[in-house]
Design a protein around this ligand. Structure first.
Ligand SMILES: [Zn+2]
Length: 387
């Protein structure tokens, strides 16, 4: 591994010879990776729509000597592979944007296209950073004459299902390790766990009638939705610690004078573990059934997505902390520091605390404009997680 970080026996000669380390490989191409990441930032695509973003990653990897395979399980998912034999190291990249988060490259809130999608949590960097790592690792293995296969998995829809359909289809079965990362305001291995979560839609069906002429003839699907939601509010007090319940009324009927025939609640549930999530989900189903009985409506549940809790791998994280600690971090330019200061000034201190404290980061970091070193924290902490 150490021999990999500094390419064994390679002599550095900028401009002509091969790079002497993974760091040099990436530094030499930083402008190319930056340009592609910026292109994806300026052309954001939401989950399941990442046609262009996926193609940018695929084409770059193909040009770098990776063999591409596209997967039928998810649109715009693919695998790019280089090298031979074991171990098989998977590096996962994601490139979806969030709805309504369009933003210019500036320190003030300013939509590029009002109402359009935007890369709010930096998946334009996530996908491209993972790609840079895959490229550099493949070169490092070849130069060190070590066996091993590097794979980049293009994983659409991190904000939704993520890579679950690919996992279920066995696409990761022969991988020895799967690594990923996420842009953040700290540099640390991801030692903290995340909650398990499930997203469900409860669709109520009642009987439409004119709300003024014949209200007694109607059975309101919206009543079912509202009683479900009120039931969830009472349930909220009596769930296991760390359980979170979030919902919206995703269909509330068309007009007040029509008793709604259809209505729906979209619900996200989070719990510390998958088992705890199963327990609270069973209770939510009882609340939904109760709401249907009370309102003489029918209810159907659809599970749209869900994930188990993230379980840290200490062996990998110990190694990652050591390698990260030994790697020179990028030095921000004065202009970049000014930009970071301007950004930080827009976020109240309590909000910055609210993102640092749950991951176990020392609050002394609030004094830093950027986190200029590698911290190793977060063991035993749990955060809400994605979705
Ligand atoms: Zn994200």
């Amino acid at each position: 591994m150490d021999g990999l970080y500094s390419f064994a026996g390679a002599k550095r000669n900028r401009g002509t010879a091969m790079p002497s380390s993974i760091h040099d490989y990436i530094e030499d191409r930083a402008g190319e990776f930056d340009a592609l990441a910026l292109d994806i930032w300026e052309n954001p695509e939401k989950s399941y729509e990442e046609k262009r973003s996926s193609a940018i990653h695929r084409e770059r990897l193909e040009a770098s000597g990776f063999t591409i395979a596209e997967f039928p399980e998810m649109a715009y998912s693919f695998m790019a592979e280089k090298g031979n034999g074991r171990p098989v190291i998977a590096i996962m990249g994601e490139y979806d944007a969030l709805p309504g988060m369009s933003q210019t490259c500036s320190a003030t809130q300013e939509a590029r296209v009002p109402g359009a999608a935007g890369h709010a949590c930096g998946h334009n960097l996530l996908g491209m950073g993972a790609l840079a790592a895959a490229e550099a690792l493949a070169v490092a293995l070849a130069m060190a004459r070590l066996p091993g296969t590097v794979r980049y998995y293009g994983c659409p829809a991190e904000e939704g299902l993520g890579r679950i359909p690919l996992v279920k289809a066995g696409r990761f079965d022969d991988a020895d390790a799967a690594l990923t990362w996420h842009p953040a305001d700290v540099n640390t291995p991801h030692r903290y766990t995340t909650s398990a979560n499930i997203a469900m839609v409860f669709r109520f069906t009642g009987r439409a009638s004119h709300a003024g002429m014949a209200p007694h003839a109607g059975r309101s699907a919206l009543d079912g939705v509202q009683i479900l939601n009120i039931g969830l509010e009472f349930l909220r007090e009596h769930v296991e610690r760390g359980t979170l319940i979030h919902y919206i009324i995703s269909d509330g009927g068309a007009r007040p004078n029509i008793v709604p025939e259809h209505a729906a609640t979209t619900l996200y549930l989070r719990a510390p573990t998958a088992d705890a999530l199963r327990r609270v989900t069973a209770r939510v189903l009882k609340v939904a059934r109760g709401a249907a009985i009370m309102t003489e409506t029918r209810v159907a549940r659809e599970i749209t997505h869900g994930k188990c809790d993230f379980i840290p791998n200490d062996a990998i994280h110990d190694r990652m902390a050591a390698v990260m600690g030994g790697m020179p971090l990028p030095k921000p330019t004065p202009a970049e520091l000014d930009f970071a200061r301007a950004l930080a000034a827009t976020v109240p201190r309590r909000d910055r605390e609210a993102t640092l404290a749950p991951i176990g980061a020392p609050l002394a970091l609030l004094r830093c404009v950027v986190h200029g070193e590698v911290g190793d924290f977060g063991a035993g902490c749990r955060i809400g997680g994605s979705l």
